[in-house]
Design a protein around this ligand. Sequence first.
Ligand code: SF4
Ligand code: SF4
Length: 126
Amino acid sequence: MTGDEMTWKVREISEQNPFLCMQCGLCSASCTVRGVMDLLPRQVMRLIQLGNDKVLENRSIWMCTTCLTCTARCPRGIDIARVMEALRAINLRKGQDILAPEDISGELLAEIPQMALTSGFRKLSA
Ligand code: SF4
Ligand code: SF4
């Protein structure tokens, strides 16, 4: 997939227009997990606009909790959480597992709540 195809795919899956983004940075300032992101939401949006498929490899798309704060505050009405979801979907459709069952230790399995496991696999497994 070329960078341009990636941009159009994001647009198709998310039903959002990334080219409406004016790079104001309000989403980055509002993001509840910005401290653990390697690229802030504004930067994610810019890479999509530029058709730079490096955006698919960044950690931020997996760290996004879909809290919707950025979506609620974007002055251009972009649902950024859906854009993040689209980026995850593109990766997962390639069969890429971020969380694989064999990588979870027995000790962790004994401790972790079942709901956390279920939601983790739904979000992070192909
Ligand atoms: S808040 Fe909206 S317009 Fe501003 S940088 Fe984020 S996505 Fe772009
Ligand atoms: S939806 Fe994701 S990107 Fe937006 S503020 Fe919440 S964690 Fe950050």
